[in-house]
Design a protein around this ligand. Structure first.
Ligand code: GDP
Ligand code: MG
Length: 636
């Protein structure tokens, strides 16, 4: 299941919290009180189950909001925004500012929800919808679905959930394979546990016991326990809301805006090189060295903008800048950020981080500007690396990769060669065409397959392995069959799995009955071997050994798969030793006599007609014998 975070946005009192409560039953305003009394971990957060069964986390903008910085912290990392506009008031200043912010942060999808439908007449609603469309044109929500609802009458709510479902279906998931990063939005302590931090896992994953680093404080610690949606878990992945209990850290050492990271991933910095866009509708230009508030993830930092190629940036324009902070920030290449003016506090623009840790830059320098332009694009190696980490499905043919990145084949091939040599990528031949996959993705896949197979072997110790198709549909549904086969072959060649046309197992796995089943097997083999050409009925085995339906099925499958018993007809089984002996005797007889009648077979094997007929039909099917009139001859 995808991990999706949905956020609300919109003017105060337009009905965001009421809408969240109507959809989830959770009162996020009450959570705030609970938080103040230290009961609830999740501020403004409500789990939502969609009609399809897909779950999502809903983050509500905190109530009675005057400080957009809380909204910014909440919006960091959302996949889908619900822009809430009350039908009786229409578009208001905060509606526009929230819209600017989600747009600047590159939130890709959204739904416009007109609330309080019950308060207005049909004609009025129509006019408000017109006004909203007008306000949204030229924004990423221009074509977004719009729906009018009432939390009071319930009208429109179920349709809204279906629309959310539809949009969620094509949200691209966050990079679970990437490096671990969790922007911290709350720090508190729980008696007996110590320090807990919460946030939305922005990329990568976290496991209990993982060593982690917290910047900019520079604290090294360890994940003691993890919670997702109030439940203890061993592992959390990108896109999930997580509460992390940290070993030996004091709450006073941390604050909202700190970032929890896998060690040696990012560093903190007072300077950031960026591409900055100024909002179009501003009244005044941005002057060099203007004091601003920088917002990224859950962090707000004061700083100044150094315009690198001009003295003022006009509304609607963009340029390269160096942001010089008054306190360290922790950002990554390509991060989106928002800036607000120092006073009054309004959102004025935003952009993309190009260099998260640059030297001090001189202004009006051609070489600096050119270097930033190249860096903004990224080197081919970085581009390929990044693409391999984010493309879905995460294995891609070299030709498609070339096409997607719009670079020359040679350049892509060289970049891939370097990535392969440095252990970051792997090339796999899929039906004659070379495919690339990121090493982390492959490792991840392998550990999932490994644990899936180990569990299967544990659950079904008598089976050779997991049916190939089941593995494919469980883990590789998005991958073409040929690619799946190539992956299996790749692991098989490395001695990790054994794959037959039907089953896949861990390389060392041998099906082996234990305990009751081992005794039952022994009984079965003795009875069938002693029975010889007059084998017992399977139902007797079930009775003798008191087997349940599933035990009976498992044991019989095992005997057949291992070739201990041979299925001769729907309900007749012979020990394989008996089949071999019958073949020997028949071969001898037919060499001497050329052909044999059913009656003669019965006498030869000292058995009865009941067994002879299915046995000879089995031999015909197996192309050991052939029927000629009322006799059998050897086929070869
Ligand atoms: P928020 O600030 O956007 O979270 O707004 P709230 O959810 O707190 O709602 C503000 C006020 O509008 C509350 O008094 C709600 O009861 C009221 N309200 C919210 N949705 C509706 C609605 O659909 N119809 C009516 N009549 N009132 C609503
Ligand atoms: Mg509210």
């Amino acid at each position: 299941m995808k991990h999706i975070i949905i956020g609300t946005a919109g003017h105060v009192d337009h009905g965001k919290t009421t809408l969240v409560r109507a959809m989830t039953g959770v009162d996020t305003d009450r959570l705030k009180e609970e938080k103040e009394r230290g009961i609830s971990i999740e501020l403004g957060f409500a789990p939502l189950t969609l009609p399809s069964g897909q779950r999502a986390g809903l983050v509500d903008v905190p109530g009675h909001e005057r400080f957009i910085k809380h909204m910014l912290a909440g919006v960091a990392g959302i996949d889908l925004v619900l822009l809430v506009i009350a039908a009786d008031e229409g578009v208001m200043p905060q509606t526009r500012e929230h819209l600017d912010i989600v747009q600047l942060l590159n939130v890709k999808k959204g739904i416009v929800v007109i609330t309080k439908k019950d308060l207005v007449e049909e004609d009025w609603l129509y006019l408000v919808e017109e006004e909203v469309r007008e306000a949204l044109k030229d924004t990423f929500l221009a074509e977004a679905p719009m729906i009018a609802v009432s939390a009071v009458t319930g009208e429109g709510l179920s349709e809204l959930l279906h629309i959310i479902d539809r949009l969620v279906a094509d949200v691209t998931e966050k990079a679970v394979d990437g490096k671990t990063r969790l922007p911290i939005d709350r720090v508190f302590s729980i008696a007996g546990f110590g320090t807990v931090v919460t946030g939305t896992l922005f990329s990568g994953q976290l496991k209990v016991g993982d060593p982690v680093e917290i910047l900019p404080e520079g604290i090294s610690t360890r994940v003691r326990t993890l919670q997702v949606h109030g439940h203890k878990v061993d592992r959390a992945v990108a896109g999930q809301r997580v509460a992390v209990n940290l070993a030996s850290v004091e709450t006073s050492e941390l604050a909202r805006g700190s970032v929890l990271l896998e060690p040696n991933y990012l560093s903190s910095s007072f300077r950031v090189d960026a591409h900055l866009e100024l909002l179009r509708h501003l009244a005044a230009p941005l002057k060099n060295l203007a004091r601003i508030r920088f917002h990224q993830g859950t962090k707000e930092a004061l700083g100044r903008v150094v315009l690198l190629d001009r003295d003022e940036l006009a509304p609607g324009e963009s340029s390269y800048v160096q942001l010089v902070m008054e306190e360290p920030v922790v950002v990554a290449r390509y991060d989106r950020f928002v800036i607000r003016s120092y006073s009054p506090m309004v959102t004025i623009g935003g952009g993309t981080v190009i260099d998260p840790n640059p030297p001090k830059r001189k202004r009006f320098r051609e070489d600096v500007l050119r270097a930033l332009a190249t860096q903004e694009q990224g080197t081919p190696i970085e581009l390929v690396n990044q693409h391999l980490l984010t493309t879905r499905p995460p294995i891609i043919s070299v030709s498609l990769l070339t096409e997607k990145l719009g670079l020359q084949t040679e350049i892509i091939k060289n970049a891939l060669r370097e990535l392969v040599e440095s252990g970051q990528a792997v090339l796999i031949n899929v039906d004659g065409s070379e495919h690339a996959i990121h090493q982390q993705v492959l490792d991840n896949w392998w550990s999932e397959v490994q644990s899936l197979l180990a569990n299967y072997h544990h659950e079904y110790p008598l089976r050779t392995g997991l049916p190939r198709e089941e593995l494919r549909s469980k883990k590789f549904g998005a991958v073409p069959a040929k690619t799946f086969n190539a992956l299996l072959q790749f692991w098989e060649e490395r001695g990790l799995v054994r794959a037959t046309g039907r089953n896949v197992s861990l390389a060392g796995h041998q099906p082996a009955p234990q305990g009751k089943m081992a005794q039952a097997l022994e009984h079965v083999l003795v009875r069938y071997r002693v029975g010889g050409f007059q084998p017992p009925d399977w139902s007797e085995m079930v009775q003798d050994c008191a087997l349940s339906n599933s035990e009976s099925e498992e044991l019989l499958n095992y005997c057949l798969e291992q070739g201990l018993l041979v299925k001769v007809s729907e309900d007749t089984f012979f020990a394989s030793t008996a089949i071999e002996e019958a073949k020997r005797k028949l071969t001898q007889f037919l060499k001497d006599h050329g052909a044999i009648q059913i009656g003669e077979v019965r006498d030869l094997l000292e058995t009865s007609r009941r067994y002879v007929l299915p046995l000879m039909e089995y031999f015909d099917r197996e192309k050991f014998t052939r029927r000629v009139g009322d006799k059998r001859v050897l086929l070869k």
